[in-house]
Design a protein around this ligand. Structure first.
Ligand code: ATR
Length: 276
């Protein structure tokens, strides 16, 4: 019997996560002797939790809200992508050392392209709500896809300003006050929510799409509920939408590849399990 390959997810809260469904489906499908479990971890417990997983010979783990930035400083090495993005969502453990990378960039772009088909991201400004770890990955993805203008809004403006300075092209990013989010949609081509708003247990995202031009695309990284208030409103008003569950699936595929050496596919049975 081969040695069991242990992986999992650290976050707070994590109980609604669909990551175990994805990873366990692929472990079974590809006949890999492995596990993927949830570790609900408070900020005070984070360092101890990481040491525990390392001591227990975990092969790797994902990191989610709110630790994608704090884990960045706890890794022993970071690949170029994690360094450029400034956030880590996937860690591989080798000889007790933590190697951080970011599979959210791939997850976001792959999902956006599949869901919106021929949508040309470069045709107009993108409005991004939020300036946490997920926003960093989304903004990096948009910049490398050639988006020329990003309007960034965050409840805590200082965080948006700091994020802008860390990106590849700070001049392409303008910071707008959080309470101006309805107006920020004028002439916009894309709207992406990267905040936790709309997620189960969080308040709703309060935004009106009245100024968003027809033909624009709307994406939400929140996937619990699958159909967030933002996505529902966007669909009712005829916008193209890219739901967050797809980003979750595609970032998970890349993480699985790092730990198990094969890029898993997305079959109908998996989609049925995560989108009941
Ligand atoms: P992640 O790493 O998954 O992006 P995060 O770094 O904790 O998680 O970021 C969460 C994002 O949701 C932040 O942009 C946060 O805004 P602040 O920077 O002001 O904290 C945003 N967010 C969370 N709760 C919010 C709320 N009630 N209103 C507005 N924004 C909120």
């Amino acid at each position: 019997m081969s040695q069991i390959i242990r992986t999992g997810l650290i976050g707070h809260p994590v109980k609604h996560s669909k990551s175990p469904v994805l990873h366990c489906h692929w472990l079974k499908k590809y006949n890999i002797n492995g596990t993927y479990d949830l570790h609900d971890t408070t900020p005070e417990e984070l360092e101890t939790k990481i040491r525990t997983l390392t001591d227990q010979n975990y092969t790797g783990f994902n990191v989610t809200i709110p630790y994608k930035e704090s884990i960045f400083n706890l890794c022993d090495t970071l690949d170029d992508l994690a360094c450029t993005v400034g956030a880590v969502n996937t860690v591989t453990v080798q000889n007790g050392k933590l190697h951080g990378t970011n599979t959210d960039v791939f997850g976001f772009i792959e999902n956006f392209k599949i869901e919106t088909q021929d949508f040309d991201l470069t045709k107009g400004p993108a409005v991004i709500l939020g300036a946490g770890g997920a926003a960093k990955a989304v903004i990096h993805g948009l910049l490398i896809e050639g988006v020329q203008q990003i309007r960034l809004l965050n409840r805590t403006k200082d965080k948006a300003e700091a994020l802008r300075e860390q990106t590849l092209y700070p001049k392409k990013i303008s910071i707008i006050e959080w309470n101006k989010r309805n107006d920020a949609l004028r002439d916009a081509h894309v709207l992406i929510n990267t905040t936790a708003l709309g997620m189960q247990g969080y308040p709703d995202l309060d935004i009106s799409l009245k100024h968003l031009p027809p033909g624009a695309a709307v994406s939400d990284i929140v996937y619990n509920p699958l159909d967030t208030g933002l996505l529902q409103c966007a669909k009712e008003n005829g916008y193209i939408t890219a739901p967050g569950i797809g980003m979750l699936i595609h970032q998970a595929r890349k993480a699985f590849e790092l730990w198990h050496g094969l890029l898993p596919d997305v079959d109908d049975s998996l989609v049925r399990q995560v989108t009941p």
